[in-house]
Structure formats: structure tokens, C-alpha cells
Design a binder for this molecule. Structure first.
Ligand code: HEM
Length: 125
């Protein structure tokens, strides 16, 4: 009798933690250079953000990680983020996933894990 295992298929399809980190290393500079939402990230600590996002996506994809950073609501609420800002971030993430060769199904599976977070992140009505 084995214990029920966490489904880590998304984590595996991304190439594990090194694969996730490679996408985040592409993603954060792209965000900072983005014409629409780059300004939000101008003063962000690039290496810190890459590290936090890597832990978070590792956990969300079923990998052996525990995100210990700030909760999504408190960190984003003061930024007054709109749904269009959120969608712009998803587009940049899609560019990074393509650039790093993440299979399409694994891209969509990760996006499905992240999408519900808009409830905590988007506060501009
Ligand atoms: C699913 C979408 C998103 C996820 C998973 C996410 C995740 C995160 C995480 C993990 C952090 C780091 C928290 C910490 O330092 O402990 C963070 C910070 C931040 N996020 Fe997001 N976020 C998302 C959407 C957005 C959007 C749409 C914007 C703005 C357009 C945004 C702007 C920021 C900014 C400015 C910071 C602070 C960076 C810094 O100064 O260190 N985020 N986010």
C-alpha cells in the first residue's frame, strides 16, 4: 500500500525546477522591459522575484517546493492592477514559455493553475 502521491506531471513536463527557473529567468527581464506593464516592475529586485516565482510555480505544478513568499493579495493590492494588466502579464509569460520550449499542453496546464489567482491580484474595478 503506497501513500497517494502528488501529481507532478506539470512539474515534470516543465523540466523540473531547473526548467521552471529557466523560464523565470527569461520572464522577469521581459516583464521589466514590457511596454504595457514594465513600469510596475521597474524597482523590483530581479533575482528575488525570479527566486520567488520559481518556488511558487514549482509548488503549483506539483513539484517538491514550498512557496514561502508574500501572499498574493497583500503584495499586489497596493498596485491597483487591472484585468488588462493581468492579461498582459500572461502574454509575456506565454512568450517566455515559447522561448524556452515548454510544450503547449504544459503551458496551458500551468496557466490553469495560475488563472484563479486573478481574484487576489486584480483589484482595479
Ligand atoms: C498569476 C499572476 C501572478 C503571479 C503568480 C504573481 C506572483 C508574484 C510573486 C510570487 C511575487 C513575489 C512576492 C514576494 O516577494 O514574496 C510577486 C511580486 C510582485 N508582483 Fe506579481 N504575480 C502575478 C501577477 C502580477 C501582475 C499582473 C502584476 C502587475 C502588472 C504584478 C506585479 C508585481 C510586483 C510589482 C511585485 C513586487 C516585485 C518586487 O518589488 O519585488 N504581479 N508577484
Amino acid at each position: 500500500q503506497t501513500a497517494a502521491a502528488v501529481d507532478d506531471s506539470i512539474y515534470q513536463a516543465w523540466g523540473g525546477k531547473p526548467g521552471i527557473q529557466a523560464v523565470m529567468e527569461d520572464f522577469v527581464p521581459r516583464l521589466q522591459a514590457d511596454a504595457h506593464i514594465g513600469a510596475f516592475f521597474k524597482s523590483a529586485d530581479r533575482e528575488h522575484l525570479i527566486g520567488q516565482l520559481t518556488e511558487q510555480l514549482c509548488q503549483e505544478s506539483g513539484g517538491p517546493c514550498q512557496y514561502r513568499g508574500a501572499r498574493m493579495g497583500p503584495v499586489h493590492a497596493p498596485l491597483n492592477i487591472s484585468l488588462s494588466d493581468f492579461n498582459a502579464l500572461v502574454e509575456v509569460l506565454q512568450q517566455s514559455m515559447d522561448a524556452k520550449g515548454i510544450p503547449f499542453a504544459a503551458q496551458n496546464a500551468m496557466l490553469a493553475r495560475l488563472a484563479p489567482m486573478h481574484r487576489d491580484i486584480v483589484t482595479q474595478r
